[in-house]
Design a protein around this ligand. Sequence first.
Ligand code: ADP
Ligand code: MG
Length: 722
Amino acid sequence: MSSGVLSETSRDTRGSSTTKDPVPSVADAFGSLVFTDAEQERRLPKTVHQALRRTITRGEPLDASVADAVASALKDWAVEHGATHYTHWFQPLTGITAEKHDSFLAPTSDGRAVAEFSGKELVKGEPDASSFPSGGMRSTFEARGYTAWDPMSPPWLLKFGGAVTLVIPTAFVSWTGEALDKKTPLLRSMEAISTQAVRVLKLFGSHAERVVTTCGPEQEYFLIDREFYLSRPDLINAGRTLFGAKPPKGQELEDQYFGAIAERAMAFMSDVETELYKIGVPVKTRHNEVAPSQYEIAPIFENANVATDHQMMTMETMRRFAPKHGLACLLHEKPFAGVNGSGKHLNWSMSDDRGHNLLSPGTNPHDNLQFLVFCTAVLRAVNKWQGLLRASIASAGNDHRLGANEAPPAIISIFLGDMLTDIFEQIEKGRAKSSKQGGVLDTGVLVLPKLPRDTGDRNRTSPFAFTGNKFEFRAVSSNQSIAYPNIALNVAVTESLDYMATQLEKATAAGKSIEAAVADLLPKVIKENKRIIFNGNNYAKEWEKEAVKRGLLNQKNTVEALPNLIAKDVIGIFEKYKVLNEREVHARYEVMVETYNKTVNVEGQLMVLMANRYILPATFEYQKQLAQAVSAVKAAGGRSVEGRKTLDRLTKLADQFKGRTDKLEKALGHEGHGSAEQHAKHFRDVVVPAMSALREIGDELEAIVPHNIWPLATYREMLFIK
Ligand code: ADP
Ligand code: MG
């Protein structure tokens, strides 16, 4: 039974503790720490297993007796693998993930302890919810919340620090049923899009009962030596460098992209991948990215709910494993100013319960027609709900990418590629109808040539690109959970599919064929929404001007973008499709504004600290050395012209630097009884510029103060020593 535990023990007695376990093959390792479907089937009575499958595949409620049986099997499996504790793992409104560990052991009346785990403990947990941000939701109602098992995402074992813990993925809700997390609305949004997509599929004669959204997030990140990381308070506490002059050798050489992966980084990746395989995350690709010391990891796509959990696990695992290799893993969107930042490309599609990708062009006119309807629905969704999409990726960190000196810009647009754009243009111009072949739609339009798969790199500047059989939301930040952008997309496309389905149902009910109904509808929808299509260089200045002409939003920062979330029509669709009610939307908005304020505040405080306690003392030290050198030269009867000049320049910079530090400190001290929004505006308009102004002088000082005195690791060291 406990073969895993036994064999490990026997290995330990055979060799020294440094003997390495034989490396298991990838296939053996994959999912070995997951309570997989196969494991469930093996351990559960048939009826229980079937009931559980129905819950997983059709969302049917789980009854108490089934939960008890599942809990018991799950506990046995976990204990056999050495687990002593279990945790309900969830995704609160801020932060990454949260967990509270409880022991399986329960005391017995005769003073012993036995491993216990009931269905109730599996299904429902009570974390101390008061410490999690709720955007004011709980204060007005019930002060507690509970975590509820998400049977769709399988439990796994976390082996860390010598402990083995059973991790149960859960949703976090208040006792009044309001969502206190990111998973609950994600699940609701997947339900909503399924309902509308099935309506459209039905019009095309499909018998599909459910549609799931699929996603494959590509994660970019930096790896730097941990010693450097530990020497920088800004990296430790803000995740990015707040000072730092550009390195002499920049990424402009572009010899990094797809280049050889340094040995330490390779060892780290291999370790992370092995661990992720074991806990069931299907990671697939790894490569160097554009910037020096920047890398990417990407999984094979999965159901969006599981993919979202797996993405959190990926980030956690990377953070956890880096120190083992003497590295620090930086997930911030812009750890180094002037160097390419990190994003997370969210590849997104819809798939029916037979596994057909709904965004894959078909091989016959009928399938192509259906593909065009789904594709047009996304086009309309992104145009109509661009504000919501923009807000879903807004954060203080992402402000350094979007709308700053980096692509993609803050303007949301769609890259369709030349061929699909051409097809859309033809449909819009109504060429379809003037077909000589007599059909309702020109088959020349409808029988699409097999679309060549656009590699994601064809247009690296677009925030939202069609890449052959999926869309890729590229403006997502490296540091964020993919839950919000997924939810935003799902809700937007749900509304769009609802609109399309309603129009098409009306037309077909009036006797039109589905082909004719589509031929009537598409040109109109394309005409109304085509302004969102842009295949050019999104980084160019002209695009900004062009976008203004087209009436597209260009919200350059979080403070500007977040109010989109609480716009009346946005709340309207969240409520209509039962994804979030008005209070739940507001709660998320409030937490996002607060998070922005806290982030900028921490960064500002850190800069003041680093200025006063690191950079100024070093500057004064050099000033002293220079002054002594100038005096010494004078005493020896000479004149140190250059020494004098440097000293003057240094003195001037030091004074300026201190002046700007004090100014920043004052800006941060701004007290006021304003709203969170007013604080946010103050941070954006006063604090952020004061930070930039201070940094400017700090970076100038870095170029003058000798290396042996400069107290911070430099960009050159951090980025090029591997
Ligand atoms: P590229 O490297 O050209 O961008 P890939 O095929 O490597 O394309 O895909 C990148 C990411 O997109 C991977 O994580 C992959 O799993 C994901 N992906 C592929 N197909 C889909 C799909 N139908 N739905 C969601 N994600 C997908
Ligand atoms: Mg990509």
